[in-house]
Design a protein around this ligand. Structure first.
Ligand code: SF4
Ligand code: SF4
Length: 347
């Protein structure tokens, strides 16, 4: 049922540098939504960030992702990119992609290797989600500017306001021939956990599932890798389980972060996965009696609760796949994921 080819998983060697939470946008689903106006937030101290780069390299990482907030707005980002390059480390900026031409040119000239462009819908959907009139127009300008220069990547956060726009947005993204598209299920982390409004922001995965099952083969037939992050296995056809990257898979993804665990060993990874799932995973039905629990990790408990509050009812369904036959196999976290050759190759 799978393609023949597999990639033998290796632990990531990518670290994250957080430049601070300043951001010109105000995304309705932002994990930092509860901090209020993000334009009032501060950037990280330059020397502290340089030290973070040194620490990441010292742990054995070979690639950096810059997050925020807004790394493209950070005034000294080009200095950080150059500093890392001198140490033979390449950089990717995760970006809302509204920076103007001159700024993008400076960043390109500094030697940036990749952009991970956050695009959550088209036209008025994008503007609404960013709560920033004209955002989509600026994003298109940004994408046009970088598209001839590099094969970048896209992020798309799946939420209530774009849950019916997945296919049209994926088709728009495909036109730019990105290397990889990540779709990230909005799970209520941080202060969203306790916010009763979380029921209004999470997507109804029953609506999402059929679109994903159309999008994944469409993108892969066009040579574009596809990752689905933090998503229940039971809401996707088995042939696309290779595309799901949940806590049990995340440390073996070359584009995910080392979470300060480098050098990662199987023992450290297992401890991290257990701690992570202890915090966020649903411990009750139906996950408790699901044979996929160890590989899937279980539904996010806050998403699970919010699904009931939203009136979606029971959206998870326990599966009993015939091909998980031994205890050892239930611990083979990369059992399906290793077939995602478009996403697991070296960068
Ligand atoms: S661009 Fe990122 S940091 Fe800024 S508001 Fe949106 S999700 Fe939050
Ligand atoms: S029932 Fe729970 S553990 Fe099983 S696939 Fe669904 S979300 Fe994952």
């Amino acid at each position: 049922m799978f393609q023949e080819k597999i990639i033998e998983p290796k632990y990531t060697k990518r670290a994250v540098i957080d430049v601070g939470k300043f951001c010109p946008m105000s995304c309705r689903f932002c994990y930092f939504h509860h901090l209020g106006d993000l334009t009032k937030q501060k950037y990280g101290d330059f020397n502290y960030l340089k030290n973070e780069i040194d620490r990441a390299i010292g742990r054995g990482n070979s690639y950096l992702d810059y997050t925020g907030g807004s790394p493209t707005s950070y005034p000294r980002i080009t200095e950080l990119i150059k500093y890392a390059l001198k140490k033979n480390i390449k950089s990717c900026l995760i970006t809302e992609a509204i920076a103007g031409k001159a700024r993008v040119n400076e960043i390109l000239e500094s030697g940036v290797d990749d952009f991970l462009v956050s695009l959550h819908g088209l036209n008025d959907v994008a503007d609404f989600l960013f709560d920033y009139p004209g955002a989509f127009k600026k994003q298109v300008g940004f994408i046009e500017q970088i598209s001839g220069i590099m094969r970048f990547r896209f992020n798309f956060v799946i939420n209530r306001f774009n849950q019916d726009r997945i296919l049209e947005t994926a088709k728009f993204m495909q036109r730019w021939n990105p290397l990889v598209i990540n779709m990230i299920n909005m799970n209520p982390h941080y202060d969203w956990r306790f916010d009763t409004a979380k029921k209004d922001i999470i997507a109804n995965l029953r609506e999402v599932q059929p679109q994903l099952e159309e999008v994944i083969p469409f993108l892969e037939e066009n040579g574009i890798g596809f990752n689905l992050r933090y998503y229940p296995f039971c809401r996707l056809d088995k042939k696309y389980w290779k595309n799901i990257c949940n806590p049990p898979q995340v440390l073996s993804d070359p584009c995910e972060w080392d979470y300060d665990l480098q050098p990662i060993t199987p023992e450290k990874a297992e401890k991290w996965i257990r701690a992570e799932l202890d915090n966020i995973a649903n411990k009750g039905e139906p996950c408790r009696r699901c044979n996929l629990l160890r590989i899937c990790g279980g539904a996010n408990k806050y998403h699970h609760e919010a699904s009931f509050d939203a009136g979606f009812g029971e959206i998870y369904k326990a599966k009993y796949p015939d091909d998980i036959i031994s205890d050892a196999e239930t611990f083979d976290y990369m059992r399906y994921r290793k077939y995602n050759t478009a996403c697991l190759g070296e960068r």
